[in-house]
Structure formats: structure tokens, C-alpha cells
Design a protein around this ligand. Structure first.
Ligand code: C2E
Ligand code: CA
Ligand code: CA
Length: 550
């Protein structure tokens, strides 16, 4: 593309962001960054909180299970200790047996005392020598709670909540053995540091006797625990109950809120930056051209086509012009290659066809033999549904298809020639005139005349320039004249600038011509005046019929 990219960029930016100035764009960009930064940091915070809640809940449940598990283990050990030494037949208070029981107390840390009672609860002997007097009538004072094993029961000891309780084992009709447990020491490390001052754990026998408590309900940061968990033991009538204060629950595992917010804000800002960058990406030439097409900055100009030798105006060629917002006119050579390579050429040309047919409507409707030629690139001509879209444009304009000439340009070749031939055949069947542009130059050679069966053949300017001075050019023109006559096509010479060319071309038998000699391409207003000056009546719809006067 020959147009300067930098100037395209600068002007294009001005085009596309006419509505949004550079300052506003900066403000919007900063807004996007700030907004996404705030949103992501809030989202991060919420997600993290949700995650922390779930994690805390799972960990607290596990803690409650731990409390229960340790208590069960202590009881299991006590039962195992008793099982090791008691025998239903022997005398458990015999000094030898009592020594064995004492050893069990020594080895099992949680077992504080083992005592032997008669069926009425009366103390028979104990591993603690001086305990005799105070433990009489064991059963009458205390509730018992049966374990899964019917011989074993648990019994709270008053005052409760000091970590003490008894495991009673009814050995036979003569003895019941009691092991007093203290589970306080088993739990000293149960709470992680973050919870230690704002949580409690109870071990409950039955549903009411709190036999051990770690931490205190009264110390909690909230009036009632933020979270409580209860876990039941399967083999013993024990429940572990755990409660945590609000502060500890919220702060545990949470990390610092400011770190989360800063991290979230950072991520959000990065994301917002990307969004803003994508939204305000510098606009490339293709986008500039597209918005210019949509803004109708690309408009049709008209170059008259005249008969030879009479110079009567018989039609026109539509040539696109880009009128920039500053009024400068850009010629097609500067943007058609980009339009073709980017695929915008179809949008552009159809936009031009639509504008031209609307402007020429009065002329075409009332001058049936006036023809209007449009330049159609090969890729556009063979694009999907091209003829259907063209039909709609032509039909709604009120002119006839016979008035529409499709000039197949030579700039690029047809990728699929056989399909192009099919489309050309269909176009002719529907009434359109096919014209071969720039014949003899570039891709449009004689072979294309044979393939595409044009009803118009245009002689390239390079032959017209040297007509009657270059015998080879003359010979080519003569061949084209004979060929056109043979197949019934109209031969049009392009780029006629001088009278002597008109004379020579007329002498060779060329039918029509266009060129600066008669007129340059004109905008619609000037073209209307031109036509009126050449014998056409007014082109205004309201003025009724317009027709050549000569
Ligand atoms: P083209 O179809 O060969 O158009 C003829 C070109 O010769 C036009 O250039 C016209 O202004 C110029 N011309 C006509 N008479 C004279 C003359 O006496 N002397 C000189 N020196 N030049 C003359 P323009 O308008 O710059 O168009 C260039 C090309 O752009 C066209 O070549 C055509 O291939 C393409 N084009 C124009 N409009 C469209 C369009 O709407 N769609 C497509 N696909 N191509 C277009
Ligand atoms: Ca042309
Ligand atoms: Ca041409």
C-alpha cells in the first residue's frame, strides 16, 4: 500500500475516536483499570473468605474427633490395664495382686488410681493407701453410663470438669474394679496457638456431665460460640464438644486481609490494563478503512463514457474516491490494494454501488439506454452470493440490469477461473453486461475474452496513449476491433486525452471512449451539471423525465 502508515494511523485514530478524545480515552482506560482492580480484589477477598470458612470448619471437626479419639484411647488403655491383672477367681486385694495393679497405674499415665469394690460399692482396697475412708458407697452417689461392653460403665466424679472420671468393670458377683482417669494432660496440645485463647473443648459423659474441659466458654470473643461441633464415640457413652469464638474462627487461616486485597488489586489492575489496552489498541489501516466505508467517506465519482466519433454521452464509469474529514481526496490506487487484501473490497464496492444507483436513479429510470459501469475485483465477483446482493441493490434502485456493467478489473487474477466463468454466465443470464477492463494489460488477455464472453471490452490506456504513433499498438487495437465486432461486444478506449486519439480510434472502428478529453471523474453534483451541459435534462427526481436532447 502506498499510503503512509503513520499518517493513516494518526488520521485514522482521529477518525475512529472522533467521539472519544485522547483525554477521555485515558480517563476511560484508568477507569477500567481501577474498576477491575476493585472488583477482582473484592472477589479475591470473598473467595478467600469462603475458602477459609470451609477449611476452618473441616479442621475444627477434625479437632473434635481428636479430642474424642484421645479420650477413647485413655479408656481403652485403662480397660486393657485392668484386663491384664484382674482374674475372676483370685483375690484382687492380695498384696501381690495389688502390687500388679499399682504397676499399671505407674505405666499408664492417664490412670490415677485403681480400686477394688464389693458388689455394694464398698471399697475393698486401692492402689492409693490412704483412700479408704472417702470412697465408701461409690454407687449411691453417682450416675453410671453403660458402655458397649455390658460389664463396663463410666462414672463422673464430683466436682466435674476436672478431667477425672472412672471406668468401672464388674468382674463378677464379688468384685467391681474402678480405674480413675485424668485425661487433662492428654489434651494440653489439642488447640493450635491461633485458637488457644478463644475456644473450648468439652468431654461429656452421657449428655450432661462435663468431665473435662479445655479452654473456657466464658473466655470466648463472642457471647455464644461462632462454631460448635459435637462428635459421639461409638463404643463409650462420650461426646466431644468443641466451640470457637468469632474472632478466632474468622482470623484462623485467614491470612492478612490487606495482603489479599493488595494481591487482588494487583491482579485486577493487570487484567484491567489488558482490557483497556485491547479496547484502545492503536487502530490499524484496515480498521480505519472499514470505519471510513461505514461513515460514507468513500463516495462514487463519475467519468462519462462517450460514443465515437459523435462524443455523445452514453454512460459512465463509477470510480471510488475517499473524501477525508479534512476535505482531501484520496484516489483508489492508494487504498484499493488494502481493500482487496483485507477483504473489505466487497463492502466498499457494494457501498459505492448503492450510493451511485441512488444518486443516478432519476437518470437511469428515464434514460433506459444509459449504462453505468462498476469496477468489480475478482475476489468480490466470485464471493458468495455476490449476484444476489447485486440484484437487491439494482432492483431497489428501479433501474434495469441491462443498464449495469460489471467491469472485471485486472489488478488481481481469478483464483478459480472456471467459477468466474460460471458467475459471468449467470450474470449475463440475469441481464448484466460483463466488461473486460484493461484488456491487453496485466491479467486480462485474449484468453479471458474467450472465457468470460464480455459484452464490453476496454482497451487499456497504454495502447490508447500511443495510438497512431506505435504500429504495434495500432495492430493490437485493430485486432480488438475485429474481435469485438465478431463476438458482438462494444469496444471502449480508456484514457483518451487528445482529439487526435478520438480521430484515430474512430478510424479504427472503436465504439466508445472515456478520458480527460471529455471529462475527468466528477463528483455527483458536478456530474449532474456536466450531463445537463451535454443535453440531458435535470437529474432531480422531482423534475420528472430526464433524457438527452440530442
Ligand atoms: P480503472 O478501472 O482502469 O479506471 C480508470 C482509471 O483511469 C481511473 O483511475 C481514471 O480516473 C483514470 N483515467 C480515466 N481517464 C483518464 C485519462 O484521460 N488520463 C489519465 N491519466 N487517467 C484517466 P482511478 O479513478 O484512479 O481508478 C483507479 C483504479 O481503481 C480503477 O482503474 C479501478 O481498477 C479501481 N477502482 C476504482 N473504483 C473502484 C471500485 O469502486 N471498486 C473496485 N474494485 N475498484 C475500483
Ligand atoms: Ca474500470
Ligand atoms: Ca481500466
Amino acid at each position: 500500500m502506498s499510503i503512509q502508515s503513520s499518517s493513516v494511523n494518526a488520521r485514522g485514530t482521529e477518525n475512529v475516536f472522533r467521539i472519544l478524545g485522547a483525554r477521555s480515552r485515558r480517563i476511560v482506560g484508568i477507569g477500567i483499570v481501577v474498576l477491575s482492580s476493585a472488583l477482582i480484589s473484592i472477589a479475591t477477598w470473598l473467595l478467600q473468605n469462603e475458602y477459609v470458612q470451609q477449611r476452618n470448619t473441616a479442621q475444627l471437626e477434625e479437632l473434635a474427633r481428636q479430642v474424642l479419639h484421645r479420650t477413647e484411647l485413655a479408656i481403652d488403655y485403662a480397660v486393657i490395664s485392668l484386663g491384664d491383672v484382674i482374674s475372676p477367681t483370685g483375690d484382687l486385694c492380695h498384696p501381690q495382686a495389688l502390687r500388679s495393679l499399682g504397676e499399671q497405674v505407674f505405666f499408664r499415665g492417664a490412670v490415677k488410681e485403681i480400686s477394688v469394690h464389693d458388689p455394694g460399692g464398698k471399697l475393698l482396697c486401692s492402689t492409693q493407701a490412704a483412700v479408704e475412708e472417702r470412697t465408701v458407697d461409690l454407687w449411691t452417689e453417682m450416675a453410671e453410663f453403660a458402655a458397649l461392653n455390658p460389664s463396663i460403665t463410666l462414672q463422673p466424679i464430683q466436682p466435674e470438669a476436672h478431667g477425672l472420671f472412672r471406668v468401672l468393670w464388674r468382674v463378677n458377683g464379688s468384685y467391681t474394679v474402678s480405674a480413675t482417669l485424668n485425661i487433662d494432660m492428654l489434651m494440653f496440645d489439642i488447640f493450635p496457638a491461633a485458637l488457644r485463647d478463644d475456644a473450648f473443648a468439652d468431654v461429656v459423659i452421657g449428655s450432661e456431665h462435663v468431665v473435662a474441659r479445655f479452654g473456657a466458654v466464658t473466655n470466648l470473643s463472642s457471647s455464644s460460640p461462632a462454631m460448635t461441633f459435637e462428635v459421639d464415640a461409638a463404643r463409650y457413652p462420650i461426646v466431644a464438644r468443641l466451640g470457637v469464638g468469632e474472632r478466632a474462627f474468622a482470623g484462623w487461616n485467614a491470612g492478612s486481609a490487606s495482603t489479599k486485597l493488595v494481591l487482588g488489586a494487583f491482579l485486577g489492575a493487570a487484567l484491567g490494563g489488558l482490557i483497556a489496552r485491547a479496547a484502545f489498541r492503536p487502530v490499524g489501516p484496515v480498521e480505519i478503512l472499514r470505519s471510513a466505508i461505514q461513515a460514507r467517506e468513500l463516495v462514487p465519482f463519475y467519468q462519462p463514457i462517450f460514443a465515437l466519433p459523435s462524443q455523445k454521452i452514453v454512460g459512465c464509469e463509477v470510480l471510488v474516491r475517499w473524501i477525508r474529514t479534512d476535505g482531501t481526496i484520496v484516489v483508489p490506487d492508494q487504498f484499493i490494494p488494502l481493500a482487496e487484501s483485507s477483504g473489505l473490497v466487497a463492502l466498499m464496492t457494494e457501498n459505492i454501488i448503492e450510493q451511485a444507483l441512488r444518486q443516478l436513479r432519476p437518470l437511469l429510470r428515464h434514460t433506459p439506454d444509459f449504462k453505468v459501469a462498476f469496477n468489480i475485483s475478482p475476489s468480490h465477483f466470485t464471493s458468495r452470493d455476490f449476484l444476489d446482493r447485486l440484484d437487491r441493490l439494482v432492483d431497489q434502485s428501479g433501474c434495469t440490469r441491462q443498464q449495469v456493467v460489471l467491469e472485471l478489473t485486472e489488478r488481481t487474477s481469478f483464483d478459480d477461473m472456471s467459477f468466474a466463468v460460471t458467475v459471468a454466465g449467470t450474470a449475463s443470464d440475469r441481464g448484466y453486461c460483463i466488461s473486460l477492463d484493461d484488456t491487453g494489460a496485466g491479467h486480462n488477455g485474449l484468453g479471458h475474452i474467450q472465457d468470460l464472453r464480455p459484452s464490453v471490452i476496454k482497451i487499456d490506456k497504454k495502447f490508447v496513449d500511443v495510438v497512431s504513433t506505435d504500429p504495434t499498438a495500432d495492430a493490437i487495437i485493430e485486432v480488438l476491433v475485429r474481435l469485438a465486432d465478431r463476438i458482438g461486444a462494444t469496444l471502449v478506449a480508456e484514457g483518451v486525452e487528445h482529439e487526435h486519439q478520438v480521430t484515430a480510434l474512430s478510424r479504427f472502428g472503436v465504439h466508445q471512449a472515456q478520458g480527460y478529453l471529455v471529462s475527468k471523474p466528477l463528483n455527483y453534483e458536478t456530474f449532474k451539471t456536466f450531463l445537463v451541459n451535454h443535453g440531458f435534462r435535470s437529474l432531480n427526481e422531482s423534475d420528472g423525465v430526464s433524457q438527452p436532447q440530442r
